[in-house]
Each structure stands twice: as C-alpha cells, then as structure tokens.
Design a protein around this ligand. Structure first.
Ligand code: PMP
Length: 425
C-alpha cells in the first residue's frame, strides 16, 4: 500500500511531498502516509496506529481531531469556507491573541508562519527605513528569501544563501550570529548597527533540536538591538500558547517590538500572525506604506479552529499537566540512557523536548551539529518499528498533547528504552 502511494506521490509531487522533511531523507526508510488522527495517535494508510510525538510539528496541543476543534470547523464550514471580508470571529481571535500578549495592540492574521515572519521583516524595514536584519544560525523563520541563509565565510556576519534561487544580493542583507553568543550580536551591531532594521529570533529555539536561551542572552540581545534603533522580533510560531497561555515572552519578561505566531493559533488549520504595538503595526497597508495582503487571510475555518483551541487552553489550563507528563517521559528516557551508559542530552520546556546524543549540553547550532547525529536515524526507525513516531529529523522538536496520558507515557518510555538498548548493543 505505502509503496504504491510512494510511487504515485513521486510521479506527481516533487520528492513525493509538499514539504521536504516528510520525505524522511534524513532518517531513511519509507515515509509514512497518514489516513486519520485521533488524540495522541496517527493512523497510517497501511493500517498502523502510531503514538505521535510530532503532532504536526506543534499545532496539535489538544491532540488530533479534538472534538471542540472538529465541531468548530464543521460549524464554520457549513456557513461558508471563505468570504474575503472581515468576520466577527476574526475580531474575536485577534482580541484573544492581543489579550494574551502584554503590549500587543494590533495583530494581522496571515496563512502561515513563513508569511508572518516575512511580513514582520518587511514591516521592520519599512518602519525603520533600514535594510539589514540579524538572525541566529539554527533558528528557522520560514522560507522567505532573506531568511533562507547561512553564516557566510566573509565579512562580519554577512550571510550567504542557503537555498538555490535566493539572490546573494538578498542574502547579503542578512547577518547571522550564533545563538546564545552575545559577543556576536555586539560585533555585528558595532559594524552594521546603523543599517539594522531588526533582530529576529526564537526566544526558546526549537529548530536545531530544543535549545534554551542562556541567562541574560535575550535581555542583552534586546538591549543591544534597541541601542542602535533596531526592532526586536520574537518568533513565537512554536512557543506561542505552547508553554503558557501567551508566549515565551511572558516567561522571560521581555517585550519584543513584534511577535510572529502560527501553529497553535490555528488549531491545525493554516494560519500565521504578526502582532505588536499599534504605532508599528499601523505601518501596514491600508493605513501605512508597508504592503501586505492575502485572499485567505483570516479564513473563517482557520479562525474557528484557532479560537476553539485557544478557548479550550484558556478554560482548562492544561499546561501544568503537560509539563508533568513530559517531565515523566524525559525522566524515564534519562534513566534508561544512564543505565545503558549512553550519553544523551534531553532538553525540555513544558511539553516540548528533544534528544541529542552528546556528553555535553547544546547551546547553539554548531554544538547541535557536533552531537552524534548519526545515531538519530537508527533511533528514529527503531521507535517507528515500535509504532512510536518522532519528528523525522535530528533537529526537530518533539511535542506532547493533552491526549498523551499515563498509558501513552508508559508505552513511550518502554519504546524509548528498547530503542536505546538497540543503539547501545
Ligand atoms: N518560525 C518557526 C519558529 C517555525 O518553527 C516555523 C515552522 N516550523 C516557521 C516559522 C514557519 O512556519 P510555517 O511552516 O507555517 O510556514
């Protein structure tokens, strides 16, 4: 069945997928084909039921097909799938998001995290009249041209394109610093501060595995950015509503100028958002001179699914339970690894975690890349053979949902133990 689907997919879609990581290139083996999802489980087209720790890369904090979300989607669809004029529910979602982020006075809904970050960058450039932006290697902000870059070899931080098709003239407007290295930020601001429109970062990095900000890193970075008149953009596409009702900015006590969101705010439907102070956000069209638009922006089905999810999160405050369950799983993984003498790092924040095969903690992309990533494909496949599904890359973060209960934690702990045992042997 899946071989047939794989062949059919490859003959009509590049690489057989609509997003590269789904091809399983970095873990090997055949990609899976989803048929349906239910709670913590993903059923494949060949009839397997996988315990899911990918959870669509983060949006599904309530699990697959949560009844409240499904009902909201059904109700919305019955009333029409798109109007391209503003709706009362859209306003309600915007009010809910602004209410959860102190200092966020305006929010614009878009259709993906990529679009949110692309718009935030354009807005920062338009509002400051400057062209350069600074990002951190290992932080991912979607696939807009100026963000698809890697650290260049030449002059002080100037990036080079990390994808074919990105003009070097565009990549050259981006500076790349190492995450958690304030001295990099200082050096780049010394050199380019007058041209810098914004510093963009994941305040808790989730795209090089999970990497926590060091004490003072976010604060110092924000102060340095502001000292030269650059804006601070927190990309909370992953962390938004994942750790608390609101963003990581609530936990770290830093108020960025702009915030980008996605994933959870759409309850699994396509969505993104940019929010911030009114004086900045009003630079966007139609009031301002920075153009941004979208036929499906604020789509009624995405908005209904997002609102249902956020309401549920607000009413039930699942965060302490999510934290406890994930803590338990990580404890079990650590004790299995310790008893087998396999060095692992298991960074965790609330219901997000990742696994590095390494003796020492990871603080940036260079350190993440220097871990024993060769071990991951075998580990991943061994878990999959036991019907436990991790995100198919050593650098992705795993997620739990409210549907991951005691039974799931116990099953997963056994599977991780067996997978580690296999690695060790
Ligand atoms: N920012 C971050 C932090 C992300 O993790 C992602 C996607 N994983 C994006 C932006 C891009 O979002 P999307 O895939 O919805 O375009």
């Amino acid at each position: 069945m899946s071989t047939d689907l794989k062949n059919r997919a490859a003959s009509v879609m590049p690489g057989g997928v609509n997003s590269p990581v789904r091809a399983f290139n970095s873990v090997g083996g055949d990609p899976i084909f989803a048929r349906r999802g239910n709670g913590a489980y993903l059923e494949t087209e060949d009839g397997r039921t996988l315990l899911d720790f990918c959870m669509s890369f983060g949006p599904l904090i309530l699990g697959h097909a949560h009844p409240a979300v499904v009902e909201a989607v059904q109700r919305a669809a019955e009333a029409g799938t798109s109007y391209a004029v503003t709706t009362a529910t859209e306003i309600q979602l915007a009010e809910t998001i602004c209410g959860a982020f102190p200092g966020m006075e305006r929010v614009r809904l878009v259709s993906s995290g990529t679009e949110a970050c692309m718009t935030a960058i354009r807005l920062a450039r338009g509002a400051t009249g400057r062209d350069k932006i600074l990002k951190f290697s290992g932080c991912y902000h979607g696939h807009a041209d100026s963000l698809l870059v890697k650290a260049g070899s030449g002059v002080a931080g100037i990036a080079s394109a990390s994808s074919a098709g990105v003009p070097e003239s565009c990549a050259g407007q981006t500076l790349v610093a190492r995450y958690n290295q304030v001295e990099d930020v200082e050096a780049m601001i010394r050199e380019h501060g007058d041209d810098l429109a914004a510093v963009i970062l994941e305040p808790f990095a989730g795209n090089m595995g999970l990497v926590a900000p060091r004490d003072g890193f976010l604060q110092s970075t924000a102060e340095l950015a502001r000292s030269c008149g650059a804006l601070v953009i927190f990309d909370e596409v992953i962390t938004g509503f994942r750790l608390v009702f609101g963003g990581y900015q609530r936990l770290c006590g830093i108020r960025p100028d702009l915030t980008t969101l996605g994933k959870i705010i759409g309850g699994g439907m396509p969505i993104g958002a940019i929010g911030g102070r009114a004086d900045l956000m009003e630079h966007l069209a139609p009031n301002g001179e920075v153009y941004q638009a979208g036929t499906l922006s604020g789509n009624p089905i995405s908005v209904a699914a997002g609102l249902a999810s956020l309401q549920r999160l607000k009413d039930h405050d699942p965060y302490p339970d999510l934290d406890r369950q994930t803590g338990l799983l990580i404890q079990n993984i650590q004790s299995s690894a310790a008893s087998l003498g396999i060095p692992v790092q298991t960074p965790r924040a609330g219901s997000m975690f990742s696994i590095f095969f390494s003796e020492s903690p990871v603080h940036d992309f260079d350190e993440a890349s220097a871990t024993n990533t060769d071990r991951f494909p075998g580990f991943f496949r061994s878990l999959l053979a036991q019907n436990v599904y991790l995100p198919p890359s050593a650098f992705e973060t795993s997620f739990l949902s409210t549907a991951h209960g005691d039974r799931e934690i116990s099953r997963a702990s056994d599977a991780f133990d067996a997978a580690l045992r296999k690695l060790g042997s």
